[in-house]
Design a protein around this ligand. Structure first.
Ligand code: FAD
Length: 408
């Protein structure tokens, strides 16, 4: 009888990578990826960037062509996993089928949060998470004149600058007092906000959406918490995501804003792992378990789980990194900072080429590099080997960052 093999729930970045890495690791059993989107696994980052300006098409953002999956004996099923019967090691699908697994990997990602205010369900108020979302948004962007973006996080800022590029008027509402408040230092955030303003984006800070105005069945404006109405014939919402953890919760696995996993990315059931946007894991750089939303995290966690299934178990210990392209500016972040961490600038802010080094208790926690790829690569090494670097050394561009990693 054929072994039950590995079932991966979710055909996104992490789900694809588990399957591909299992084959790279020499795993010979059946590998099935069950994803509820109608297409082959693809990259999400272009959806808020080049896909909107016409620089990237669907075929180009697919992670691999169909042939790859047949060559690698990876079965891709377009279906939805409805429940997990842990006692029988089986999953039940929306189509009614039941499949047995030897190991189950939850790579279910996250879904956008939408504002729960009056009018939020009117046509023309859209999230950007999936290719279907982006395909829905694209023709509306071409027809619209005034876009309102709710939320000045990475996706909101990327969409804003893409919309300016294709000729829309753009206004961004943000409930905090600046952009990217949760994610980066004021130094890096202010630079990016200034660049967006120079491109033509208008910002309203300390302002949230309190409702949406409807005209002829479509959005016509955003009402704000400061009592104004902003005219808009299209609204993009970028106010964060919530992990798709209901499947795990219903199967009695521990869930706290994400599926809880140990250092090996295993849930409390040794036959079930969780990775990527949906997983919350212990990390040396944080007192409490973390959940990260990035391509690097999904890919590296997928590789870690595939290696364990193939017999090479290792605790997950990668330095997190992330990037965001906002028009001509590329932000790259290595590590994870907290709000109160010291910020030290290295490089030339006026020239748009600098990094912000973050420190807590004299230790480097993260580096935010703007248009400075070399700093970013060196910072990943510094963080990986927990190199000793002082704030003074970080600020001094005469000191080569690479030299500080030599003892590692
Ligand atoms: C617009 C956008 C831009 C981004 N830009 C960047 C960037 O510039 N840099 C960066 O590092 N990261 C970026 N990210 C984040 C990055 O894409 C995600 O962190 C990454 O895709 C997470 O991978 P994942 O496999 O955990 O989840 P996902 O890629 O979201 O995949 C999860 C999949 O599981 C499916 N699924 C869920 N439940 C079930 C079920 N029960 N049955 C079957 N299928 C199910 C979902 O539909 C989805 O297809 C961006 C994300 C978005 C949305």
């Amino acid at each position: 009888m054929q072994p039950a093999g590995v079932i991966v729930v979710g055909g996104g970045q992490g789900g694809f990578q588990v399957a591909a890495s299992l084959r790279d690791e020499g795993y010979q059993g059946p590998v099935t990826v069950i994803g509820d989107e109608p297409c082959l696994p693809y990259q999400r980052p272009p959806l808020s960037k080049g896909f909107l300006t016409g620089k990237a098409q669907l075929a180009e953002i697919q992670l691999r062509p169909a042939q790859f999956y047949s060559d690698q004996r990876i079965d891709i099923m377009h279906d939805r996993v409805e429940s997990i019967a842990r006692s029988a090691n089986r999953v039940r699908l929306a189509s009614g089928r039941a499949l047995a697994y030897e190991h189950l990997v939850l790579a279910t990602g996250a879904r956008p949060r939408m504002p729960s205010v009056p009018g939020a369900h009117v046509a023309g108020i859209l999230p950007v998470r999936t290719v279907v979302d982006a395909q829905t948004l694209l023709p509306q962007l071409k027809q619209a004149k005034r876009l309102a973006v709710v939320g000045a996080g990475f996706i909101g800022l990327e969409v804003a600058v893409a919309a300016i590029e294709i000729g829309l008027e753009v206004e961004v509402l943000e409930y905090a007092d600046r952009v990217l408040k949760r994610a980066v230092s004021a130094e890096a955030a202010d630079y990016l906000a200034r660049a967006e303003m120079q491109a033509g984006v208008r910002f309203r800070f300390n302002t949230a959406a309190s409702g949406f105005v409807e005209r002829d069945g479509r959005v016509a404006g955003v009402q704000t918490t400061v009592g104004e109405t902003i005219a808009a014939d299209l609204v993009v919402v970028g106010i964060g995501v919530q992990p798709n953890a209901e499947l795990a919760q219903a199967a009695d696995l521990a869930v706290h804003d994400g599926v809880m996993v140990n250092a090996y990315l295993s849930t409390s059931d040794p036959h079930i792992s969780a990775i990527g946007d949906c997983a919350r894991f212990p990390a040396t750089y944080s007192k409490t378990p973390v959940r990260l939303e990035s391509v690097q995290n999904a890919v590296d966690q997928a590789r870690c789980v595939a290696a364990r299934i193939a017999g090479r178990a290792e605790a997950y210990a990668k330095v997190p990194w992330f990037w965001s392209d906002q028009g001509a500016n590329r932000l790259q972040i290595a590590g994870v900072a907290e709000a109160g961490d010291l910020a030290v600038v290295r490089g030339d802010v006026a020239a748009g080429k600098f990094s912000v080094f973050r420190f807590r208790d004299q230790r480097l926690t993260a580096v935010e590099s703007i248009n400075s790829a070399a700093d970013h690569m060196a910072s990943r090494k510094l963080l990986a080997c927990a190199a000793r670097i002082s704030p003074e050394q970080a600020a001094d561009t005469r000191i080569k960052l690479g030299a500080l990693t030599i003892p590692c």
